[in-house]
Ligand binder design. Structure first.
Ligand code: DLZ
Length: 161
């Protein structure tokens, strides 16, 4: 089983200066709500009380929304985007197509702009597996995504565009 990293190094500057936007899907709302809450909780602990939020229909739309948001905010881009969603395997190959599209799409967006794009999308076999990963015994992927964002913001602030 994968081991998540030990304590990540958060950004050490004034937290008020950090702007993070959560881009989340609306499918599987019970899970995604938990991902969003976990993110918000972890960011609040770091002194970032209200991240921006953008809702899209499903995980497939996450890359488009991230790309367009970064294009439209170029001069005033946030410090990081966190993409959140949950894709649950059904009885058809749809699962594979959506997972591949969202993973590759977010990777491509993350390489197009000098803004970290964090992958907070659960790809699971069942709702139960998903709930286990939002505080039900297998860690909390929302909190982990926020910690990864803070770590990347810290690194990225040291790198010139
Ligand atoms: C169509 C679909 C299916 C079957 N399953 C999920 C899912 O488990 N999680 C999710 O976020 N979205 C799902 N979608 C919706 C697609 O992501 C997308 O919104 C639609 O195909 C419209 O483009």
């Amino acid at each position: 089983m994968a081991q998540s990293p030990p304590e990540l190094e958060p950004f050490s500057g004034p937290p008020a200066a950090i702007r993070i936007v959560l881009v989340h899907a609306l499918w599987n709302p019970a899970v995604v709500r938990e991902l969003v809450s976990g993110c918000e909780r972890r960011l609040k602990e770091a002194g970032i009380p209200q991240p921006g939020k953008i809702a899209v229909p499903g995980a497939f739309e996450l890359p488009f929304a991230c790309k367009r948001y970064l294009e439209s905010t170029r001069e005033n881009a946030p410090d990081a985007l966190i993409a959140l969603g949950c894709v649950i395997r059904g009885g058809t190959p749809h699962f594979e197509y959506i997972c591949q599209a969202v993973t590759e799409g977010l990777l491509r967006v993350s390489l197009l702009f000098p803004v970290p794009v964090i992958f907070g999308v659960l790809t699971v076999d069942s709702l139960q597996q998903a709930m286990e990963r939002v505080g039900g015994g297998q860690g909390h992927k929302g909190e982990e995504a926020a910690a990864a964002a803070l770590h990347m913001v810290g690194l990225n602030r040291n790198w010139k565009s």
